[in-house]
Design a protein around this ligand. Structure first.
Ligand SMILES: [Zn+2]
Ligand SMILES: [Zn+2]
Length: 329
């Protein structure tokens, strides 16, 4: 960058420091920051130069493995920027800031939220605290509460006081997208319009129709009040916390009929072998988060997981046949 000591270079540095400490901010806050950084450093300011200023900051960040990404926030529908890591795995940023046991809790939290029943993509605070108790050694309730508070304050997760549920934030969606797609491919919902992840939005009400949309993508995608995919009349159901308890099955249960028939035949055989697990799974199905964890469809040998969790993955495999049987009903 030419002339490192110039007022403009200082303004860029001031902007950078502010964004490093915040990690996530709206686009209008970012523009405001540009103006105040120029003011403080007495650099020439013009609103029109924001794009260029932003590109220069982005360039300097890319050299240190950071990137500012932009996404429309699913809750507020406002353009939001988040500073994310591009080097190493998606958990790298978290790994540097949290202890091993905290990280183990965070991974469980991510999983429980992303694989929640009913496309709810959220977890009640009671179930979030329960996750800490399942760790080896267990994490105390107080420690869990503090950690959850910290994660919300760092914009990793958001908490809805009205529903009492934890959800992903724009920051975590941006930073963890690759991780979520790799680890839980069967739970990925993509917006029909913009192809980004949907963890809050709308679902076509027609059973088996896979159309999902962000609220902010609805207008662009739905014409003449018909679903763009199945063409039935558009009466959307919610995706996200409002869907909790709706009984809507996760995406992985919606498969081609021929595929399900084949699998059902397999399952009948395997279900008999695993009679005990089968019964237990059905009993546990409606409520607990621990069931969600056991029922994760596939453990992809994540580098994040160690011994205890591998044992759990083994358990998940044992639970698979019954899981499919119960979800195809
Ligand atoms: Zn969208
Ligand atoms: Zn549809």
């Amino acid at each position: 960058m030419p002339n490192e000591g110039s007022p403009t270079a200082l303004a860029r540095r001031a902007y950078l420091q502010a964004i490093l400490s915040r990690r996530s901010l709206t686009e209008s806050q970012s523009k405001h920051l540009h103006r105040s950084a120029c003011k403080v450093t007495r650099a020439p300011y013009s609103e029109d130069e924001y794009g260029e200023f932003f590109d220069q900051v982005s360039n300097s960040l890319s050299k240190v493995g950071l990137e500012i990404r932009r996404l429309i926030d699913q809750e507020t529908n406002v353009a939001t920027l988040a500073l994310i890591n591009t080097k190493g795995d998606e958990m790298a940023q978290m790994a540097t800031n949290y202890s091993a046991s905290e990280l183990a809790f965070i991974k469980r939290l991510i999983q429980a939220i992303f694989t929640a029943e009913d496309e709810a993509y959220s977890l009640t605070s009671i179930n979030a605290l329960r996750l800490g108790g399942e760790l080896k050694p267990p994490m105390s309730k107080r420690t869990c509460e503090k950690l959850l508070e910290n994660l919300v304050s760092k914009s990793w997760f958001s908490y809805s006081a009205s529903s009492g549920r934890y959800k992903f934030s724009t920051r975590s969606i941006l930073e963890l997208e690759g991780y979520l797609r790799n680890e839980f491919p069967d739970f990925v919902l993509e917006c029909y319009h913009c192809k980004n992840l949907v963890t809050k939005g709308l679902a076509c009400a027609k059973p088996n129709c896979k159309l999902r949309l962000h609220l902010h993508c609805q207008r662009a995608s739905i014409q003449s009040d018909r679903c763009s995919l199945c063409k039935s009349s558009w009466r959307p159901l919610p995706v996200g916390e409002e869907s909790a308890g709706s009984g809507r099955k996760p995406k992985r249960t919606r498969r081609r009929a021929s595929e399900e028939e084949e699998e059902e035949a397999d399952e009948l055989e395997q279900g008999e072998e695993n009679g005990v697990d089968f019964a237990r799974d059905r009993l546990e199905e409606p409520t607990s988060t621990s069931t969600d964890l056991k029922r994760r469809p596939d453990s992809r040998g994540s580098s994040l997981d160690a011994g205890a969790e591998e044992a759990e993955a083994g358990a998940a495999k044992r639970f698979r046949p019954s899981e499919r049987a119960s979800s195809s009903t």
